[in-house]
Structure formats: structure tokens, C-alpha cells
Design a protein around this ligand. Structure first.
Ligand code: FES
Length: 142
């Protein structure tokens, strides 16, 4: 039986969320294996086109995770990212993309447990939506 499971591209800030993912791993936290992590220097580095390209190229969902407000190593990169993300999300909804396909969150380097919870939540939300119809196939293309 071929049960469908989503592919979720996760853009993680190197300084916080990527380290949080690492901590989840070393702490043996269980979370769904559906995410494909892309490490970025700051969540502010995530160009909205990266998110659109991931969806067009076959991702069923995308998550962006950065440092908590006030903790960005580049001062306000995460705040710019959050603003861009809010605008992009409205645009995606206008274009017919379900809002729960894209998620923005904060996870610090010490929050391995939170990272696992976030991934579980995002995976559940994207799974409930089914395959991404923008590509007609979803997971197979990534
Ligand atoms: S350095 Fe982590 S969000 Fe900017």
C-alpha cells in the first residue's frame, strides 16, 4: 500500500531553529520525517520566491522558522521575514493556495522539544489538506 505523506520544505535559521532541530535530534525527540531542511543564515534571508518555488516544484507545505523576536543575530531579520511572510500568505490565498500549507514560527536553539511539536503540528495541518495541487503530484517531484 502506498499511503501518501506530505513533503514539507523547512527553511531554518542557522542560529536558532536549525540548532533547535539539532537538539531535537540529539535529544531523541520523535517527529515526523516529512520535512526537508534548508539551513539559511537568518529567516530574513528567505526570499518569498523561495517559498513559491518550493510549492511549484512539488512541496506540499513550507515552513519558515527563525529566532524569537529580539534574538535575531542580524537584529531585525526575523521581523522583516514575518512581515514578508504575512504579505506572501495573503497573496498565496488569493492565488488559491490553502493558508495551512505555509507556516511561520520561532524556535530557539534550546527548544528541541518545541521544534518537534512544531513539526508535528505543521505535518498534521499539511496532511489534512492532501497533496499540493499546484504541481499535480506533490512529493514525487522533490
Ligand atoms: S539570525 Fe535567526 S532569524 Fe535572524
Amino acid at each position: 500500500m502506498n499511503a501518501w505523506t506530505p513533503v514539507i520544505v523547512a527553511f531554518l535559521c542557522n542560529w536558532c531553529s536549525y540548532a533547535g532541530a539539532d537538539l531535537a535530534g540529539t535529544g531523541r525527540q520523535q517527529y515526523p520525517p516529512n520535512i526537508r531542511i534548508i539551513r539559511v543564515p537568518c529567516s530574513g534571508r528567505v526570499n518569498p520566491m523561495f517559498i513559491i518555488k518550493a510549492l511549484v516544484d512539488g512541496a506540499d507545505g513550507v515552513m519558515v522558522s527563525g529566532c524569537h523576536p529580539g534574538d535575531c543575530h542580524y537584529l531585525a531579520g526575523n521581523l522583516y521575514a514575518r512581515r514578508r511572510f504575512a504579505v506572501l500568505k495573503k497573496l498565496l490565498v488569493t492565488a488559491g493556495v490553502e493558508p495551512d500549507r505555509v507556516h511561520f514560527t520561532w524556535v530557539s536553539a534550546s527548544e528541541g522539544t518545541r521544534f518537534a511539536e512544531v513539526v508535528r503540528g505543521v505535518t498534521e495541518a499539511v496532511t489534512a489538506l492532501g497533496p499540493n495541487k499546484m504541481t499535480g503530484g506533490g512529493a514525487g517531484e522533490l
